[in-house]
Design a binder for this molecule. Sequence first.
Ligand SMILES: [Zn+2]
Ligand SMILES: [Zn+2]
Length: 281
Amino acid sequence: MLLGAHMSIAGGAFNALLEGEKLGCSTIQIFTKSSNQWKAKKLTDEELERYQAEQKRTGIRPVIAHDSYLINLGSPDAALVQKSREAFLHEMERCDLLNIPFLVTHPGAHMGQGEEWGLKRIAESIDWVHEHKADFKVKIALEVTAGQGSSLGYKFEHLTTIMEHARHHERIKVCLDTCHLFAAGYDISTEEGYHKTISEFDRIIGLKSLVAIHLNDSKKPLGSHVDRHEHIGKGQIGEKPFGFFIRDKRFEKIPKLLETPKENEMDRVNLAILRRLAGEK
Ligand SMILES: [Zn+2]
Ligand SMILES: [Zn+2]
């Protein structure tokens, strides 16, 4: 079972692997740089070597990356969108250095320009990134969002529209997030709702595009459009639906990752719940 959590790279990217190992993770997610700063320190050869050695030793694979929260590939502001594209390109390069196959990103926010406009803008940004370097190994994984503010990606159709507008859609994959789905109005809290949501996803996007699933409970109710992660079973989704995801044979090879609050070693508790759910009938 590919199960893990988002891990801090404080002290170097290899540390995320060590922390993941302590918790028995078979996969992890990281930020390749500080998530709330534009600037990043260059990855040194020494750091890369150490990272590769620890990945080999721990067997934690794949490692998934999530991009910085400052990036808005849909920004109407010319300077900001340019800054975002350059930062995103830079993160793609870091992913290739770290052998990371997917860079998860919240698609972007239109900031009042309208959804159709924003979706096109995001596709243009993705094209810009791919045109600057044609041979990226890393692929972009657009994440379903809660739809807070003018954020796009809270409907499966948004992601399809971005892929259709973009030139290299074979390089664009998708990441689901249980908290975001629920906040966006997809009721995954019942077995019937779960199956309805996944078949809708398959019909509109296609299950073959799915490369990662974030397992987070939601502090806020169904359709609230507010993105607040809660510990597994402690939120509005409840514990049971996580079993639907974790036991679904179609998702066996898909990395499933916690992004829940880090206080009091709660990763350990949340992972234990998920492992127990995995064993239930
Ligand atoms: Zn997420
Ligand atoms: Zn979130």
